[in-house]
Design a protein around this ligand. Structure first.
Ligand code: XIL
Length: 368
């Protein structure tokens, strides 16, 4: 993600580390009486939410942020294959169940992220013949989607279909599903989910497109081509997701991206900004200065993209810096352990940051 310094494997290792070691201290901070981002967004026709990774009562202050600010809860990791089926035939539904219970008890909608993702497949799949991989793929979708049918309003059936630097034909992202089935794993996943959960909206999600970085420029036409083919072939697809991890060292042309996003709307698809945050790794040390620059990135990006009527959801990848994935993705290689990532709208004490105001302003601007 950070221009190649961090491999996808590193990211997945990060997930294991986070699962085992993430602390959820019970500090009871309050973020005061700020208007809920979810309410502000709703007035602009946007469903706003964020990711939850475990039953949130472990940190009551963080849970309060979700209560007040979200309308949609997204599973950060729990619906990924390697989390659901860490060993063959051994399923762990506990975290997903907990997140759905939280959502239900608090009147929130829920969305399942990354059901099929070539970058998240457990080691036990390695070396199996293609036929067996296909069988495992089908059975996993069957088991998971039938368990939760009707409880998620939408499934991100496929995450990150493309990653051309890997050199695979068509620019597709490599991994066990692609190796066994080629690109056909994508319509196969969508059709299978649709046949089990008839009411959920189905999403394909992609990385990097927001940026003018070479990875973004390469992914854009590939991803649009895929969406067009799926629709032309009558494959059930209702929305596309753009991750929107905005990396500060990359360049952006938000208006060019706005025009690109509008093309999906023109084909009748909804558009979700699905993993929004701002990676501040290269921004100045000073927190106040950094927070302002992060806020500016949120505001410029959202103001441009929310002008497209097809954009229906905004999801931040966490709400408070303390629990951002960038914290554990960057600290290991950091030369300055005191410099912690500040990518989200709330700080470590669950207090609003300038990014909160920037988001609120962007939602309000869409309403106007
Ligand atoms: C990340 C999680 O936030 C981490 O906890 C985990 O270690 C790795 O995955 N793009 C995606 C998400 O589609 O699934 C990733 O989530 C972040 C990048």
């Amino acid at each position: 993600m950070t221009g190649g310094t961090l491999s996808r494997r590193d990211m997945l290792r990060g997930s294991a580390a986070s699962g085992a070691g993430l602390l959820w201290p019970g500090v009871a901070h309050s973020e005061g009486g700020a208007a809920g981002l979810g309410d502000i967004a709703a007035k602009a026709g946007i469903l706003f939410g964020s990711t939850m990774d475990k039953a949130n009562e472990a940190d009551p202050a963080y849970a309060k942020l979700f209560d007040r600010h979200t309308k949609l809860i997204v599973t950060e990791n729990a619906t990924k294959f390697s989390f659901l089926q860490p060993h063959q035939g051994v399923y762990d539904f506990s975290v997903v169940d907990g997140v759905l219970d939280y959502a239900k008890a608090h009147g929130k909608k829920a969305h399942a992220a990354a059901l099929i993702w070539n970058d998240d497949a457990p080691n036990w799949l390695k070396g199996r013949p293609g036929r067996e991989i296909e069988r495992i793929f089908d059975a996993h979708i069957e088991r998971v989607v039938s368990r939760y049918a009707g409880r998620f309003i939408s499934w991100e059936a496929v995450n990150e279909p493309f990653f051309p630097v890997q050199g695979k034909p068509g620019g597709y992202r490599d991994g066990p599903w692609f190796a066994a089935m080629g690109p056909s794993y994508i319509p196969r996943a969508l059709r299978r989910v649709a046949s089990i959960d008839k009411s959920a909206r189905l999403v394909v999600n992609e990385a990097f497109c927001e940026s003018n970085h070479e990875w973004g420029r390469a992914n854009r036409p590939l991803f649009k081509g895929l969406a067009d083919r799926l629709l032309d072939d009558g494959v059930p697809l209702h929305a596309v997701g753009f991750q929107s991890h905005l990396i500060s060292s990359w360049s952006y042309d938000d208006h060019a991206f706005q025009a690109y996003v509008a093309e999906f709307g023109a084909r009748g698809l909804d558009v979700y900004l699905s993993e929004l945050d701002v990676n501040d790794e290269v921004l100045p040390e000073d927190n106040a200065v950094r927070d302002k620059m992060v806020a500016r990135r949120y505001q410029d990006y959202l103001t441009a993209v929310l002008a497209v009527p097809a954009v229906k959801r905004v999801v931040t990848w966490g709400l408070a810096d303390r629990y951002s994935w960038w914290r554990y993705m960057t600290w290991e290689k950091s030369t300055n352990a005191a410099r912690l990532a500040r990518p989200l709208p709330f700080d470590d004490d669950m207090k609003r940051k300038p990014a909160y105001d920037a988001m609120a302003r962007a939602f309000e601007a869409r309403r106007a």
